[in-house]
Design a protein around this ligand. Structure first.
Ligand code: NCD
Ligand code: ZN
Length: 355
């Protein structure tokens, strides 16, 4: 790392949680990730979900063929856990390096989770296999039981589901994805080193007031939903602490404007285009630029057992204004436009790409 007050060069980072989608949307969003990150852990919540070797293999091919020439990007594929998935699929996929990890969505917890797991006890054979072969389990940590308040879902999931799971599988490697609460931060900090967490840029920048500022703001609606200010502050402290158990995972989750702005709008924030500038702003504000490289480029790779990237990227302290919409806005603005996180705001850092 090379750091001065107005310029920082770090190893090329990885995104440990991204939704690249498929079809036209994939083509529109993939470069936002692939131009910046060397590798990304690609979420499997397509419809139907990615949960066979064949599907993962062809999805990876579709991602690679949508990149264009000369883009050096490795998608790391994940398997979508379902009640009826065979352990052999995970074992074969992990050994053949088609799957990097498997993703647990509690049933009906988020976008395309209607094939998610209805009861963790039903997939003990999958957890046993993953523990034995040391395949990481990625968790969408929200309890969806009807008695649970939407803002308490993460906390309750940790108490009711995650604690017993970690007890039953003492060697299972687990990433609690996109954490949103002080309780999750404290839980990770006080757990053994086989538990880590990703943190998104939006959970570091906004609290739940953003969703209601002057009206209903669907652009700030994501899952797990953003929480109160105290939680945001705890997340900022964790991300910038240098603790190797916290690392970068954008959870960039694009939905068209039409799908966001409807009576039952989709959850997800499209943050990939300015993700690094968004994160570094937080590290700068917290006087922790010296911790940025570990969070963005080292902690995740170390946890997953991947080599550090050899390339580098440079950011300079230079203002840029984020556009209000990206892609397709001229023809059908409501249908096709994608609103990036920080739309209309000025960010204070800009990327300079190195070779
Ligand atoms: C994600 C999506 O749209 O795929 N949405 C989101 O709000 N984060 C799913 C997810 O990660 O929960
Ligand atoms: Zn996600």
């Amino acid at each position: 790392m090379d750091l001065s007050r107005d310029r920082i060069t770090i190893r090329q980072p990885d995104d440990f949680h991204v939704h690249l989608r498929d079809g036209d949307m994939l083509k529109r969003v993939v470069r936002s990730t692939a131009d910046i990150f060397r590798r990304a852990v690609v979420m499997p919540n397509l419809s139907p979900p990615i949960n066979s070797l064949q599907e993962a293999f062809s999805y990876r091919e579709r991602i690679l063929s949508s990149l264009g020439v000369g883009v050096n990007f490795t998608p790391l594929m994940t398997a979508y856990l379902t009640d009826d998935l065979s352990p052999n699929v995970l074992e074969d996929g992990y050994r053949e390096e088609i799957f990097t990890a498997a993703k647990l969505y509690p049933l009906n917890s988020t976008t395309n989770s209607s094939r998610g797991v209805s009861d963790l006890r039903l997939i003990d054979s999958l957890f046993e296999t993953m523990q034995r072969i040391d395949m990481p389990l990625l968790v969408h940590g929200e309890s969806v039981e009807p008695d649970v308040d939407v803002f308490d879902r993460e906390k309750v999931f940790i108490e009711r589901n995650l604690v017993p799971l970690l007890k039953r599988y003492p060697n299972l490697r687990v990433v609690l994805e996109h954490i949103t609460t002080r309780e999750a931060v404290q839980f990770v900090e006080s757990s053994p080193s086989r538990l880590a967490a990703t943190i998104t840029p939006h959970h570091l920048h906004i609290n739940r007031n953003a969703m209601f500022l002057g009206g209903l703001r669907s652009d700030f609606y994501c899952l797990p939903v953003v929480k109160r200010e105290t939680h945001r502050l705890a997340l900022r402290k964790a991300a910038t602490s240098g603790n190797p158990r916290f690392f970068l995972g954008t959870d960039s989750a694009p939905h068209s404007r039409k799908d966001k702005e409807t009576s039952c709008g989709c959850a997800g924030i499209f943050n990939a285009p300015y993700a690094l500038e968004s994160y570094i702003e937080v590290f700068d504000q917290e006087n922790a630029l010296d911790k940025f490289e570990a969070f963005a480029s080292k902690n995740g790779a170390a946890f997953y057992g991947l080599p550090f990237n050899s390339g580098s990227i440079t950011l300079v302290r230079e203002d840029q204004v984020v556009p209000n919409t990206l892609l397709g806005e001229t023809t059908e603005p409501m249908d096709k436009g994608l609103v990036p996180f920080h739309a209309g705001e000025t960010l204070h850092w800009s990327l300079v790409k190195n070779d």
